[in-house]
Design a protein around this ligand. Structure first.
Ligand SMILES: [Zn+2]
Length: 275
């Protein structure tokens, strides 16, 4: 795997490029206080502007060897392009895609992912080079998940489970994750950024609560209103989810407990199994 990283490093520019992957497990908590920005649809012009202006960013075309395409102006194209983010965020992306490969290994390898943007010249986490908008994932066995096609709202329960499995993997590495249930601006991508780390599930987070409610509904038929409010019904459903997954410990305060719970949700989701 290190050879892939060396190849990837060939695309790196800027001072941040000298940092290695040794710190992979320690995701930089910097910039964690910024709120996620909801109006984060990115145009090709914005992306071009970002390439011209971002000197402190590293540049990449693949994450840990997996190509990252851009379909917003030309769906289906497989042209490599230059993306930018901070070195620390790239390292988190490597950890994320390794998690994704591991948890979805029954689908084969990951052929490519599609993004709507990482660093973008605008305020917030994208402007800091510490955010990703995920549009699509394609596996070698032929499976796909496409937030771009609003798969959170698919009529196919297996597709909704796969969407939540993919989101669960994002949540293993990123605290602020905004999905199709969160609001209309995120109906067509999953946003992940460096805000709010370390990872855990917070009852006063609208996005966290909506994710939990969607998981309980789609894996356990809980019938919750997905309103982002952590009330009695959500608490009871969450207790049932934890119990069914054999989770002990407190996912609200322990990153390792929450990450392990997310891995179990992802495993069930990629296998199209109820919990
Ligand atoms: Zn975004």
């Amino acid at each position: 795997m290190f050879e892939n990283n060396v190849t990837r490093r060939g695309f790196v520019t800027g001072a941040a490029a000298v940092a290695g992957l040794a710190g992979l497990s320690t995701i930089a908590p910097g910039l964690a206080s910024a709120d996620p920005k909801i109006a984060d649809q990115h145009t090709e012009a914005e992306l071009r502007a970002s390439e011209a202006g971002a000197l402190a960013m590293m540049t990449f075309q693949k994450i840990d060897g997996t190509p990252v395409y851009y379909w917003r102006s030309n769906r289906g194209n497989t042209t490599l392009r230059n993306w930018q983010c901070t070195d620390a965020f790239y390292n988190a992306l490597v950890a994320w895609i390794r998690d994704l490969r591991s948890l979805s290994s029954s689908y084969g390898s990951i052929s490519y992912i599609v993004s709507a943007g990482f660093y973008v010249d605008k305020p917030g986490q994208h402007g800091a080079g510490t955010a990703m908008d995920l549009d699509h994932v394609r596996w070698s066995g032929g499976n796909t998940i496409s937030p771009l096609d609003k798969h959170h709202a698919s009529t196919n329960a297996a597709i909704r489970k796969r969407y939540l499995a993919t989101e669960a993997v994002c949540r293993r590495r990123f605290r602020y994750v905004l999905d199709g249930w969160y609001n209309a601006d995120h109906a067509d991508h999953i946003h992940s950024d460096f805000g709010g780390l370390p990872v855990r599930v917070l009852k006063d987070s609208e996005s966290d609560t909506k994710f939990v409610q969607a998981v309980c509904n789609n894996f356990r038929g809980s019938g919750l209103v997905i309103d982002g409010i952590w009330g009695t019904n959500t608490q009871n459903a969450f207790n049932g989810l934890k119990s069914a997954l054999g989770v002990t410990g407190d996912p609200h305060t322990s990153s390792s407990v929450w990450q392990a719970m997310l891995s179990k949700i992802a495993t069930k989701g990629f296998a199209n199994q109820n919990i």
